[in-house]
Ligand binder design. Structure first.
Ligand SMILES: C[S@@+](CC[C@H](N)C(=O)[O-])C[C@H]1O[C@@H](n2cnc3c(N)ncnc32)[C@H](O)[C@@H]1O
Length: 215
């Protein structure tokens, strides 16, 4: 599948684009750090919980897939998974680590993918980079590619506000982070309904996270 060129990709004013530059330059180091410091068992439990909501052998889109670790896990459990990420280097790394899987480079706000195709869109710690005012645009794309009744499952940073920060996992590069409450999720994704929210019992690299399921 080819990358659909969108105006976002060339727009240097876009905070997402600056964030992608950070992922493009610190790719392997970032992935090593998050693998050793994140709670992988909990993450896998959240993916299992998601799979339990889906038909067998579901079609899943891993949105902002990073190095592809979740796409690989979901595929091992019977899903037909495609990973997508806007960072060229992340996609390159994911293809190297999991050559048997499909990874595409694309902006989640402008998915060049067929409508009504996926049973689930899974987005682990990637919606955290999308400015609040762009969530509706993102929601439109997610609804378009989901089958009717499909599930949008994602994790978010718990809190309020948004802006550039030096995160724990990439201390020398600024990325744009957006914090959410259930209320801001409801406002941002107002066409979807929250089915469940689970807070991570602790913090990952200094941040509180929650997982949310919508349909
Ligand atoms: C914190 S990392 C999480 C990676 C992976 N999902 C995980 O949990 O390990 C955020 C990822 O989202 C990607 N990303 C950020 N904005 C994006 C966008 N607009 N479209 C696609 N990917 C995006 C980044 O390139 C990065 O790989």
């Amino acid at each position: 599948m080819n990358l659909k060129r969108s105006k976002k990709i060339s727009d240097c004013e876009d905070p997402v684009w600056d964030t992608i530059k950070a992922y493009d330059t610190a790719t392997e180091d970032y992935c090593r750090k998050t693998l050793s410091s994140g709670d992988r068992d909990f993450q896998e439990k959240m993916m299992d919980r998601t799979l339990n909501m889906l038909p067998s052998e579901p079609q899943i889109l891993d949105l902002g897939c990073g190095d592809g670790r979740d796409a690989a896990y979901l595929t091992d459990r019977g899903a037909d998974t495609i990973g997508m990420d806007l960072s060229k280097e992340m996609v390159k790394l994911a293809r190297k680590k999991f050559p048997e899987l499909e990874f595409i480079r694309m902006d989640m706000r402008e998915l060049g993918l067929n409508k009504d195709h996926f049973d689930c869109v899974w987005a682990s710690a990637s919606v955290i980079h999308i400015p609040g005012e762009q969530l509706r645009e993102l929601e439109r794309e997610i609804i378009r590619v989901l089958k009717p009744g499909g599930i949008f499952a994602f994790s978010y940073k718990v809190g309020q506000g948004e802006g550039f920060e030096y995160g724990e996992s990439m201390k020398d590069k600024k990325r744009y982070f957006v914090y959410h409450t259930e209320k801001s999720i409801r406002n941002g994704f107002d066409e979807l309904e929250i089915i469940d929210v689970v807070e991570y019992p602790g913090n990952i690299l200094g941040s509180s996270f929650a997982y949310c399921w919508m349909k």
